[in-house]
Design a protein around this ligand. Structure first.
Ligand code: PAD
Ligand code: ZN
Ligand code: ZN
Length: 375
C-alpha cells in the first residue's frame, strides 16, 4: 500500500535536551509539501558535527532530529519536484545547491545562501517542520535530519546517485569524504610533490589524507593525540605520524623543523581554536596555505598575530570541501564505485539504528572512525 500523501509513523532518534542521550521515539513524518522530498533512510553515518551539536557547541533548536551524513531511497515527492522521483537512490545534502543565488552563480563559491548558517531556522525552507512527536514539533538539522527512518528535505537539499551505488559505503559522501577530500583537492589545491600536515585523524581528517595522496603530495604528516589512529592514516597515505604529546616543543615548531621551514599545506580537522593556530603556524611563512576544516565552538574567537599572514601565508576555510554539493556528490559516488577512493576503510563500525548512543560513545572514546547506522 502506498504511503505517498499520508503521514508516516516511524522511529527516529530525538535529542530533547543538550548533553543527553538520544531517545528512540515514534515520530510522525508529514508528507512532503511542494518542492520537498520524503526519503526512506537506509544508512546514516555519525559525524563529530552531530556531537558538537549534542554538546551545545554548534547551535540547533531543540527538540531536534540530528544526522546529516546518510543515504536512502525516495519514498514520495511534493508538487513541482523534478530533480528526483520515488525509488531513486539519493544522498541528502547538508549544504544545499539552489542554483539561483549569488553564491551558486559564483564560479568558485559553494556556501549557498539557502544554507542559512548565519540565520538558521532549523526548519524546512518554508519555516515549518515535518516532524512531530508527542504533539510537539521536532526541528530539522542542516536540512537533512538523517537519524530517522523517514525524513523530509527540500528539493535543493537532495541529489540522485547511481542506482547501483552501495549505500552503506557511499553515505560518507554526504559529509566526511566530500569535506576532507575537497579540502585537499579543491580548497587547498594540493600540488604534486608537496608536503602536507593534517591535524586530526577522524573520518574527515583521513579523507583529507586520501585527497592529499590523490593530488600527488610527496609527504603527508599526520598529527593526532590518539596514536591508535596512526595505522589507518598510514594505510591511506600518511608518510609520517606524530603525537604532539611526545614533544616538549610546540607542535608547529616540530613540524617546521621536520620540513625545513614549514609545510606547503596544512589542515585543521579537529575543531579547536588552539589547533587552528598550530596548523596556521606550521605552514611555510612565505607560501604556506592553511585550511580550516574543523568546526570550533561557535562561542569562541581566535586572535592571531597579523605577521603570520603578512609574510605570505594564505589562510582559508570551507564547508563541504568547497564542493558544490549537487554537482560533486554523484561524481564522487562514481569514483568510489570505480575503486578510485577507498572510502570503505573509513567505516570501522556498522550498528543497527537503535544503537545510536553506542555509536556516539565509540566516537567520544576515540574508538571509531566512522560508525554507520543501518535502518
Ligand atoms: P573526529 O572526532 O572523528 O576526529 C577528530 C580527531 O582529532 C580525533 O582523532 C582526535 O583524537 C583528534 N584530536 C582531538 N584533539 C586533538 C588535539 N588537541 N591535537 C591533535 N589531535 C586531536 O571528528 P570528524 O573527523 O568527524 O570531524 C572533524 C572536525 O571537522 C569536527 O570539528 C567536525 O565538526 C568538522 C567538520 N567540518 C565540516 C565542514 O564542512 N567544514 C564537515 C564535517 C565535519
Ligand atoms: Zn559532518
Ligand atoms: Zn544557492
Amino acid at each position: 500500500m502506498s504511503t505517498a500523501g499520508k503521514v508516516i509513523k516511524c522511529k527516529a532518534a530525538v535529542l530533547w535536551d543538550l548533553k543527553k542521550p538520544f531517545s528512540i521515539e515514534e515520530v510522525e513524518v508529514a508528507p512532503p509539501k511542494a518542492y520537498e522530498v520524503r526519503i526512506k533512510m537506509v544508512v546514516a553515518g555519525i559525524c563529530r558535527s552531530d556531537d558538537h551539536t549534542v554538546k551545545g557547541e554548534f547551535l540547533a533548536t531543540l527538540p531536534v532530529i540530528l544526522g546529516h551524513e546518510g543515504a536512502g531511497i525516495v519514498e514520495s515527492i511534493g508538487e513541482g519536484v523534478t530533480a528526483v522521483k520515488p525509488g531513486d537512490k539519493v544522498i541528502p545534502l547538508g549544504l544545499p545547491q539552489c542554483g539561483e543565488c549569488i553564491v551558486c552563480k559564483h564560479p568558485e563559491a559553494n556556501n549557498c545562501v539557502k544554507m542559512g548558517l548565519n540565520n538558521p531556522q532549523w526548519t524546512m525552507q518554508d519555516g515549518t517542520t515535518r516532524f512531530t512527536c508527542k504533539g510537539k514539533p521536532i526541528y530539522h538539522f542542516i536540512h537533512t535530519s538523517t537519524f530517522s527512518e523517514y525524513t523530509v528535505v527540500d528539493e535543493i537539499s537532495v541529489v540522485k546517485i547511481d542506482a547501483a551505488a552501495p549505500l552503506e559505503k557511499v553515505c560518507l559522501v554526504g559529509c566526511a569524504l566530500s569535506t576532507g577530500y575537497g579540502s585537499a583537492v579543491k580548497v587547498a589545491k594540493v600540488t604534486p610533490g608537496s608536503t602536507c600536515a593534517v591535524f586530526g585523524l577522524g573520518g574527515v581528517g583521513l579523507s583529507v589524507i586520501i585527497g592529499c595522496k590523490a593530488a600527488g603530495a610527496a609527504r603527508i604528516i599526520a598529527v593526532d593525540i590518539n596514536k591508535d589512529k596512526f595505522a589507518k592514516a598510514k594505510k591511506l597515505g600518511a608518510t609520517e605520524c606524530i603525537n604532539p604529546q611526545d614533544f616538549q616543543k610546540p607542535i608547529h615548531e616540530v613540524l617546521k623543523e621536520m620540513t625545513g621551514g614549514g609545510v606547503d599545506f596544512s589542515f585543521e580537522v579537529i575543531g579547536r581554536i588552539d589547533t587552528v593556530l598550530q596548523a596556521l603556524s606550521c605552514c611555510h611563512e612565505a607560501f604556506g596555505v592553511s585550511v580550516m576544516v574543523g568546526v570550533p565552538p561557535s562561542s569562541e574567537n581566535l586572535s592571531v598575530n597579523p605577521m603570520l599572514l603578512l609574510t605570505g601565508r594564505t589562510w582559508k576555510g570551507a564547508l563541504f570541501g568547497g564542493f558544490r554539493s549537487k554537482d560533486a556528490v554523484p561524481k564522487l559516488v562514481t569514483d568510489i564505485m570505480a575503486n578510485k577512493i577507498p572510502v570503505d576503510l573509513l567505516i570501522t563500525h556498522v550498528l543497527p539504528f537503535e544503537k545510536i548512543n553506542e555509536g556516539f560513545d565509540l566516537l567520544r572514546l576515540g574508538k571509531s572512525i566512522r560508525t554507520v547506522l543501518k535502518f
